[in-house]
Design a protein around this ligand. Structure first.
Ligand SMILES: Nc1ccn([C@@H]2O[C@H](COP(=O)(O)OP(=O)(O)OP(=O)(O)O)[C@@H](O)[C@H]2O)c(=O)n1
Ligand SMILES: C[C@](O)(CO)[C@H](O)COP(=O)(O)O
Length: 413
């Protein structure tokens, strides 16, 4: 993730990203909408949002989910982070209809990047290349890769009609970036159609579409072999033990269950403008917690409980200053990553339980929402409870919040 900058001071403030995730995944054949299918223990959509939800890229992210299906709602809620408004809307029968539904949710946006959740491992650099070309004046931008096969055009009987010159062919990916008003117009005039990408609509409307360099890792997860490829690629992209652990990980996860304890404390910020993020949720109108991160003490305590149970270090070991890609990452994202790391160390997560102590926010009305959001991130049950300290201590004085968490792991079967 790139270093966050305030969206209001950059073109990100006028940019919206639409992540289409409403497809059924028929070709993947997993028996569930594709965006819900797990990759390294988390929904495909969660991986795509790890990168797309970044205040340096866009102030608004619209996630388009399958119509009449609320199973991705918790993943959408958990993706929110400071400086980015994440909105969920329901999609349509076709990809084109889903993009149109996303566009309708961001009438104010000046630039739009449209991204497939199915291209789950696309990098921040690819988003930046597309956004950069838009900022430089292009009205439509697609990332593309040169093709290695010779491509034939065929008729309906499968007979070759021509052989396009290979050096001029590009296999295009997402995100695709557009001047928002031109894209709205192109969608309006093609309403009801089923064009497979938005650049196609812009071409039909006469716009010049600029190609920027694509990347292998942005491949679309379409068939089961693509999901296997994504699992392998994720394993390769992960830093090795020498890069991450300053403690030796257990050679294997021996014996029976293991518990771990984690504690975190954050003071309330003196800046009244700081927003509160706690238990993976945004709390509008509440004063925020201070810290280099979003200050989500609940999520941070849960991470430390997991690391402690697995015996693989702590929050600083994995997300400290030597890992700048986590600078400014939300507590929810860190929790998702912590879960992945303990699974990689050979454990299954039985459950995580957190209690925080603080006078505010008033937690009980949103407890179920927080449990659902964090459970979706963790891929395991997470329960959060809260208490006050009867006016005692820094929590009772209203100076800050403390959180304690326990995690129960067992060796993976
Ligand atoms: N009605 C649809 C169809 C597709 N998509 C999204 O468009 C992207 C690219 O589509 P594709 O890979 O074809 O996904 P599916 O339609 O789910 O796959 P299939 O065609 O195998 O059913 C995916 O992120 C998918 O979720 C969408 O939002 N709404
Ligand atoms: C937008 C796209 O990913 C660019 O390659 C592609 O066109 C999506 O097509 P699909 O038929 O929805 O998979």
């Amino acid at each position: 993730m790139s270093t966050p900058q305030p969206a209001s001071t950059s073109s990100a403030a006028r940019t919206a990203i639409i992540v289409v995730a409403a497809g059924q995944g028929t070709r993947l054949g997993a028996g569930a909408p594709k965006a819900l299918v797990p990759l390294a223990g988390r929904p495909l959509l969660a991986h795509a949002l790890d990168v797309a939800v970044d205040p340096a890229l866009a102030a608004t992210v619209v996630v388009v989910t399958p119509p009449g299906d609320d199973r991705l709602d918790a993943t959408v809620a958990a993706a929110a982070r400071p400086g980015v408004n994440v909105i969920g809307v329901q999609g349509g029968e076709t990809r084109q209809a889903s993009v149109a539904a996303g566009l309708a949710a961001v009438p104010e946006a000046r630039r739009v990047l449209v991204h497939d959740a199915a291209r789950s491992l696309t990098s921040t650099a690819q988003f930046e290349r597309v956004a950069g070309a838009l900022a430089a004046g292009a009205v439509a931008v697609v990332p593309g890769l040169a093709v290695v096969d010779t491509i034939k055009l065929v008729d309906r009987q499968g007979r070759v009609t021509s052989t396009p010159e290979r050096s001029r062919l590009r296999a295009v990916q997402t995100p695709q970036g557009f001047d928002a008003s031109l894209l709205r117009r192109a969608h309006a005039s093609a309403a009801g159609g089923d064009v497979s990408d938005d650049a196609g609509l812009m071409e039909a409307a006469g716009a010049i579409v600029q190609v920027v360099e694509g990347e292998e890792r942005a491949f679309k997860i379409t068939h089961p072999r693509d999901l296997e490829r994504a699992e392998r690629l994720l394993a390769e992209l992960r830093p090795g033990p020498d890069e991450v652990f300053d403690v030796e990980a257990p050679a294997a996860a021996p014996g029976g269950p293991r518990i771990g304890l984690g504690i975190d404390v954050h003071a309330f910020s003196e800046d009244e403008g700081t927003e509160l993020w706690l238990a993976g949720l945004h709390w509008p109108g509440e004063r925020g917690l201070s810290g280099h991160s979003d200050g989500d003490a609940v999520a941070h305590a849960a991470c430390d409980a997991l690391f402690s149970a697995a015996g693989i270090g702590d929050l600083g070991t994995h997300f400290g200053t030597s890992r700048p890609e986590y600078a400014g990452a939300s507590g929810a994202r860190l929790l998702g990553e912590a879960c992945r790391l303990v699974r990689e160390a050979g454990f299954e997560i039985e459950n995580i339980s957190v209690q925080f102590v603080g006078n505010r926010p008033k937690f009980s009305p949103r407890r179920a929402e927080a449990d659902a959001a964090l459970s979706a991130v963790a891929g395991a049950p997470v329960s959060v409870i809260a208490t006050t300290s009867d006016g005692l201590g820094f929590e009772g004085e209203g100076a800050g919040i403390s959180a304690r968490a326990v995690a129960l792991l067992r060796p993976a079967r």
